[in-house]
Design a protein around this ligand. Sequence first.
Ligand SMILES: Cc1cc2nc3c(=O)[nH]c(=O)nc-3n(C[C@H](O)[C@H](O)[C@H](O)COP(=O)(O)O)c2cc1C
Length: 146
Amino acid sequence: MTAKQKRSLGPAPLLYPEPALLIATYDSNGKPNAMTAAWAGICVSDPVSLMVAVQPPRHTHDALIARKAFTVCVPSEKLVAETDFAGMASGKKYDKFATCGFTAVKAEHVDAPCIAECPVILECLLTHHQRIGTHTGKLSKSICKI
Ligand SMILES: Cc1cc2nc3c(=O)[nH]c(=O)nc-3n(C[C@H](O)[C@H](O)[C@H](O)COP(=O)(O)O)c2cc1C
């Protein structure tokens, strides 16, 4: 099949696979919060950096910019229901750590909580953020903990 024979779906955010990650932050009251994010990935090798795209209305958005820190917690299959909930409910209204039964442990290197139940955690320092249309792309230096 040639490129010309392909059918265009128009401009759409269609790129797979997408991860299901939990972005954890402390909010302005110091309360730990977690948000599900699929739009994230590695983007720079030196300094080792990843990018997350977070919409400004999210509770996580302001916390992340205020503290300049967050963790990317990679959930296991056992946490599917909790990861779904963290992507539907906002920390503006819910204590998602309590509802999901997550244990908040202060990150070793950054001002953000880790979700102890997640098998892999990236501790991230916010280095850049750029608003483009509906999302703010956030670039961070990260340290991996397993
Ligand atoms: C599977 C899944 C992936 C998501 N990915 C993103 C994302 O990449 N960026 C984003 O801004 N919101 C994303 N969301 C929506 C947020 O997780 C959702 O709005 C959440 O309630 C925000 O929580 P907060 O207000 O406590 O920060 C996703 C939701 C789900 C269910």
